[in-house]
Ligand binder design. Structure first.
Ligand code: HEC
Ligand code: HEC
Length: 363
């Protein structure tokens, strides 16, 4: 039979084809956004800047069941900082939620009444921007900041009081009697929660990220823009979203438990004796907390001010933000980020630091 094409020609074609593959195949997709595109990618999915005026704040955050007023907010602020709400008059909300330090205590686990540690080894999340979240607590068990505020006052390892004791103490403090009468008509535990909640609704922070969203291209650097692009296009945004960059849903963690941390990051310190939940989960099961209904489902944390609130995760088991991000990539997205990508994401996370907005509160 007559050959149509000489085998050497075929071989040559094959070689040329193989050699040209890198040029023909699409490159690993690296999305490159212009500043405007990047901003739009965030804004179009409701990742909005924090409002700068009280009027705009009310539109975002007012609770119809607990309308804001200047006097209510002032009363809530007073209660937030008042150790009178704790059994031994030595702990206030602000003891564990230090506003100047990212709104948390920077401890792996919270320490409350008589030095008692949180029995589930829970890490105190930030109160800053917490009012923007759809649920409160690591397991999402409280619906809003008003409901949440009743928890720590009563928890025996936090402020260790009962509603009746709180009401009695406040009724014996003339200043509070007058203030409560003006704002509500009487002192009650429910009104304590409401006043604190109203104050917390003003604890929003504005920073470089907001400036960028508000149109200032120079507010964040090129590296942070790369990190923000990864954040928006590789899936972080799927969970950490909304104005608070988190807090909008409950999600499984780890989503991909079979990915073992030391497979991809040999220098991440892991204690070989860890009592891990199961061999594939890279965290020490400190405190035994397993999220909502014990199903490893957690309220997605708020990432605003995250670089100020180490240590990380519900049990405060991870100290460095780079490791937290690495774990997220691997266990939530199935991605092994390069060192450079991790640095870029962290540079972006730094832009989420902000200062409390000084709202001019008027009625
Ligand atoms: C002893 C330390 C401690 C004290 C005191 C304390 N908290 Fe907390 N706070 C925590 C811890 C720990 C959590 C997480 C608990 C959980 O998820 O079950 C938390 C959670 C919160 C949250 C939820 C944030 C979120 O994003 O889910 C808010 C809001 C909050 N606290 C406000 C307050 C207020 C208001 C007070 C005072 C009435 C207060 N805290 C007193 C330690 C404390
Ligand atoms: C599928 C949902 C999901 C995705 C996707 C996801 N996260 Fe998370 N993230 C969570 C949950 C849930 C937690 C809390 C886990 C815990 O503490 O047990 C968390 C925790 C974190 C923390 C620690 C927060 C704290 O307060 O301790 C950081 C930082 C973080 N995520 C960043 C990222 C980054 C960056 C990405 C993208 C690379 C990402 N996450 C992708 C759900 C997600």
């Amino acid at each position: 039979m007559k050959k149509l094409i000489h085998p050497i020609t075929v071989a040559l074609f094959v070689i040329i084809f193989v050699l040209s593959l890198p040029f023909i195949l699409p490159k690993k997709q690296i999305i490159k956004y212009s500043d405007d595109e990047l901003r739009k990618a965030a804004l179009s999915t409701n990742m909005l800047a924090v409002p700068k005026t009280y009027e705009a704040l009310l539109k975002v955050i007012d609770n119809p069941e607990n309308p804001m007023s200047a006097q209510k907010i002032a009363l809530g602020r007073k209660l937030f900082f008042d150790p009178l709400l704790s059994r031994h008059k030595d702990i206030s909300c602000a003891s564990c939620h230090i506003l100047e330090e990212g709104g948390d205590d920077n401890l792996p686990t919270a320490i409350g009444d008589e030095g008692k540690a949180n029995p589930s080894h829970l890490n105190a999340p930030t109160v800053l921007n917490a009012a923007l979240a759809k649920r409160q607590f690591w397991d999402g068990n409280a619906k809003d900041v008003e409901e949440q505020a009743g928890g720590p006052i009563q928890a025996h390892f936090e402020m260790n009081m009962t509603p009746v004791e709180i009401e009695e103490r406040l009724k014996n403090t003339p200043e509070y009697v007058t203030k409560f009468e003006k704002v509500f008509d009487k002192i009650s535990f429910e009104n304590v929660r409401k006043a604190i909640g109203a104050y917390e609704r003003t604890l929003l922070t504005y920073g470089a990220y907001d400036k960028f969203l508000d149109g200032d291209n120079n507010a964040i650097n090129e590296k942070a823009k790369k990190g923000m692009t990864i954040f928006l296009t590789k899936g972080c945004k799927g969970c950490h979203t909304g104005m608070s960059v988190g807090g909008q849903s409950l999600q499984k963690f780890p989503l991909r438990p079979d990915a073992r941390i030391h497979d991809f990051r040999p220098n991440l310190e892991i204690n070989p004796d860890l009592k891990i939940i199961d061999k594939r989960f890279p965290f020490e099961n400190r405190g035994g907390f397993l999220g909502k209904d014990g199903n490893q489902i957690f309220r997605v944390p708020i990432l605003r001010n995250i670089t100020k609130t180490s240590p990380y995760f519900h049990n405060g088991s991870i100290k460095d933000i780079e490791d937290a991000v690495t774990i997220m990539g691997r266990h939530q997205l199935g991605l092994n980020f390069t060192k450079e990508e991790i640095e870029e994401i962290v540079e972006f996370l730094k832009t989420l630091e902000g200062e409390l907005v000084d709202y001019k509160i008027v009625d």
